[in-house]
Design a protein around this ligand. Structure first.
Ligand SMILES: *[C@@H]1O[C@H](CO)[C@@H](O)[C@H](O)[C@H]1NC(C)=O
Ligand SMILES: *[C@@H]1O[C@H](CO)[C@@H](O)[C@H](O)[C@H]1NC(C)=O
Length: 221
């Protein structure tokens, strides 16, 4: 199943606090049809996971300016009472490659930068193998950054970089597995995206195995 939407970049700023995504990281490789995991914890900055609450979680591709939803992973999952979700990557949504990432989008919390948009958090770009699909010219243009303006992209990248490195050093002191967290955050620096405009429509039914609640914040599975 495939559902997609396009979203234009709003203003090029990124919230400094994050859902701290420990998987996928830049070195992650998943295979179509085989369980792939998304894991997160609280980075000790605000907003807390309890404020972020239920999120729509999606497999995405694209660039700094525009992204496309490829596969819905969870239509509504409370990130404060779950710590992971697994899904089966749909082989038909794209080709083998390293242009995939995960987006969390809060169903209640708004962006601190622009309350017209939902709070969002992005994983590092990671690799999917065993894929049979293709990206059309629109999606390839998003990945190549040929759509949108470069000025905004540069500004978004700079804001992201600052926010992520600050978040990395704070998280490293508070997370149970400091090395894993720092690594995850470093990769997020390289590939995080700007604030998106508009709400995604709920996508295909999720093949999701919900995570269990972990007692410890920062506990790495
Ligand atoms: C490219 O694929 C996306 C996702 O399926 C779709 O929404 C969009 O309309 C396609 N664009 C073109 C030019 O075919
Ligand atoms: C911490 O994370 C790193 C990277 O994922 C891993 O190699 C290491 O085994 C983890 N350590 C613990 C104690 O979980």
């Amino acid at each position: 199943m495939r559902s997609a939407f396009f979203s234009a970049l709003a203003l090029a700023t990124l919230a400094s606090a994050e859902i701290f995504i420990t998987e996928p990281v830049a070195s992650t490789t998943c295979t179509a049809g085989v369980a792939c995991y998304v894991r997160w914890n609280d980075d000790a900055n605000t907003p807390a996971l309890a404020s972020i609450g239920p999120c729509q979680i999606d497999l995405m591709t694209g660039g700094q300016q525009q992204q496309t939803l490829l596969q819905n992973i969870a239509p509504s999952l409370d990130v404060s009472t779950n710590s992971f979700v697994s899904y089966l990557p749909d082989a038909t949504v794209g080709p083998n490659g390293a242009d995939y990432f995960i987006r969390f989008q809060s169903l209640s919390l708004k962006s601190t930068d622009n309350p017209a948009y939902p709070y969002q958090s992005f994983s590092a770009k990671f690799t999917l193998n065993g894929m049979t699909g293709t990206f059309n010219s629109t999606i390839q243009g998003q990945i190549d950054g040929t759509s949108g303006t470069t000025a905004a992209a540069t500004s978004a990248a700079a804001a992201t970089s600052n926010a992520a490195s600050s978040s990395a050093s704070k998280a490293a002191t508070s997370a149970a597995n400091a090395s894993a967290s720092a690594k995850a955050s470093a990769s997020a620096t390289a590939s995080a995206n700007g604030v998106l405009k508009g709400l995604a429509a709920p996508g295909a039914a999720a093949t999701a195995l919900l995570g269990v609640v972990l007692g410890l914040v920062g506990f790495a599975i």
